[in-house]
Design a protein. Structure first.
Length: 201
């Protein structure tokens, strides 16, 4: 009798696990697997500066570039499953796009109306406190060309290499603020110059 009860108990436990597994298989990928970041509105900033990623509509198609810190230049991230996201700027509602799905280092990063192609789907990968973005179609990383950390710097697709030009801070727009820089103390030369009065021209 005891053996029979054990068998029945084991069978019931197995049935519960089998039912749970079956339910998990029916869930959409974005629910079955937790997203790297939650859906939301984010500022995309470089790892090493306050400059923000935005798009320059004076070019056709609009090129993805750097500009000074602004809370208004934000992007929505919508999880599509398997850590891929639709990344949409919020002024014209154009999406982050790898130009014509071309697969060479230096292919321009642009914005374009959503059509659902793989060149508009970006994998978000956590890199410690930062993130990288990889295009599903090309396998190339969103990369700041020559890592030029200045206003007007342009973005391209480039082989993922973990350099600083491929690392970003993703900050919820509601929490975004410029980094506070500590005040600089005047140098001895500056103090001496000031104490001696203005220099002659």
């Amino acid at each position: 009798m005891t053996t029979r009860r054990r068998l029945l108990s084991s069978f019931a436990t197995f049935a519960r696990y089998a039912t749970l597994l079956a339910l998990l298989c029916l869930l959409p990928p974005q629910i079955a697997r937790a997203a790297v970041i939650p859906n939301g509105i984010y500022l995309i900033q470089m790892a090493d500066s306050d400059h923000v990623v935005f798009h320059n509509v004076s070019e056709t198609p609009p090129r993805v570039t750097l500009k000074n810190f602004s809370r208004s230049d934000v992007w929505s991230f919508e999880h599509l499953g398997n850590d891929y996201y639709k990344v949409t700027e919020q002024s014209y509602h154009l999406v982050l796009d790898s130009f014509r799905s071309e697969k060479y280092n230096g292919v321009p990063a642009i914005t374009f109306p959503w059509h659902g192609g793989k060149n508009q789907r970006w994998k978000v990968i956590r890199k410690g406190e930062f993130y990288s973005l990889i295009c599903q179609e090309t396998g190339l990383a969103l990369d700041l060309k020559n890592n030029q950390q200045k206003v007007g710097g342009v973005f391209q697709g480039y082989t993922a290499n973990g350099t600083r030009g491929q690392l970003f801070r993703l900050t919820l727009a509601s929490e975004a603020k410029a980094q506070q820089k500590p005040p600089q103390k005047p140098t001895n030369d500056q103090i001496k110059s000031f104490s001696n009065g203005p220099t002659t021209q």
